[in-house]
Design a protein around this ligand. Sequence first.
Ligand code: HEC
Ligand code: HEC
Ligand code: HEC
Ligand code: HEC
Ligand code: HEC
Length: 258
Amino acid sequence: MQKSFTVWAVLVCQSLGWNVYAQDMDYESARWHPIHFKPAIDTAKDEQCLACHQEIIESKVKPESPAGVKAKDSLAWYQTLEVYQGEQETFHRRHLVTPLAKKLMNLKCNTCHQGHDPREAAPVPPTNSNAGFSLRKTVNPETTCLKCHGQMNYQVMGLPSPWPESHKLFTTCMTCHTVIRSVRHQVNYLNAEAIEAAAKESPDACYGCHGGRAWYRVAYPYPRHAWPGVGAEVPEWAKNRPTESEPRFRLPKQTAAK
Ligand code: HEC
Ligand code: HEC
Ligand code: HEC
Ligand code: HEC
Ligand code: HEC
């Protein structure tokens, strides 16, 4: 299996012109390739990763389980909502290549993968205290997933109840967000303009990433960028909030403006 992987990896890499990544490379060398670690991973291009990890994009879920359960008949509740479209897809495809993902987002491998250490796969012996190991993939859910899959913090918005209830009073997010916190999404992994356009088409577009697909019980503490018309007083809940996105996500023009 390892041997065939190597042969395959070499062929794929060479066909893509990435000889440098796979020349005479055996499985162990590929696995320990410096591109997996800091600092190289920070500047890695998706094509470089995909030269060896094509399965991330190519593999699709099976239409039917071995026991005969059809994928299209086993939907989770959120998959029955209007904002969910198309066939069942793998995790990576949902974030990189589905029509919705491509429209609203611009995620890269290293938006989530921050380098890993195969040696520190898991603590031995297992422990239930936080040993700081990351099971090799080094994707920190608090700085990635939670941003788009947290609860909607309706309390800080002054809404009387969660959105499924209070939307009856306010109709859409834009009732307030045309003017409030209007400087948003200026990060390299989102398509800010496309998001605003999508919100004009469907009032659910914003909710999709701000409560509508909440896999967590908590809300993400977003940076609070100054916006035209922001008052001088910082509300109590926002006192510890950053006022800018994390440096690695900022758009070049934002950095230059500083
Ligand atoms: C030269 C080929 C090669 C390149 C280029 C490469 N990888 Fe890998 N990668 C491997 C091999 C081989 C493994 C070990 C796979 C295994 O043990 O199942 C691995 C392991 C991984 C793992 C851990 C998988 C696990 O189950 O623990 C992740 C995550 C990963 N690579 C992501 C990336 C990312 C992101 C990039 C680009 C920055 C990248 N790789 C570039 C060959 C490569
Ligand atoms: C939205 C965040 C995110 C993005 C973007 C992303 N990954 Fe992952 N990736 C993950 C997570 C989370 C896992 C761990 C899944 C698990 O533990 O089962 C993972 C797992 C992997 C693995 C291990 C094999 C597997 O399927 O579990 C590889 C290899 C990998 N990713 C490569 C890539 C490559 C190459 C790219 C870019 C084309 C990429 N990833 C983009 C979050 C991401
Ligand atoms: C920048 C925003 C963003 C980030 C970061 C993000 N997601 Fe998502 N996620 C989405 C969007 C948008 C969809 C819906 C895509 C679609 O329907 O095609 C989605 C869909 C999903 C789904 C549903 C997949 C399905 O087919 O049912 C899961 C599960 C998921 N994300 C988990 C995660 C995890 C785990 C992470 C962190 C490793 C993560 N997401 C990071 C935006 C994000
Ligand atoms: C009644 C007006 C109102 C409506 C409707 C509303 N918001 Fe808000 N929202 C606010 C206010 C006020 C704030 C906090 C402003 C500040 O930072 O002082 C806020 C803050 C936010 C924040 C940042 C939260 C944080 O912790 O920093 C997000 C994200 C957000 N709103 C998304 C939405 C989405 C998505 C919808 C629709 C599903 C929505 N809002 C509907 C008034 C509203
Ligand atoms: C594809 C997922 C996605 C969609 C769709 C989306 N957001 Fe966001 N939103 C995010 C992420 C991720 C951040 C954090 C960005 C950062 O770190 O600066 C954010 C940040 C915000 C903030 C904080 C602004 C600040 O001060 O930086 C507000 C307010 C907000 N979104 C409102 C909205 C509204 C209104 C819509 C609809 C027009 C919307 N979002 C649609 C993912 C999304």
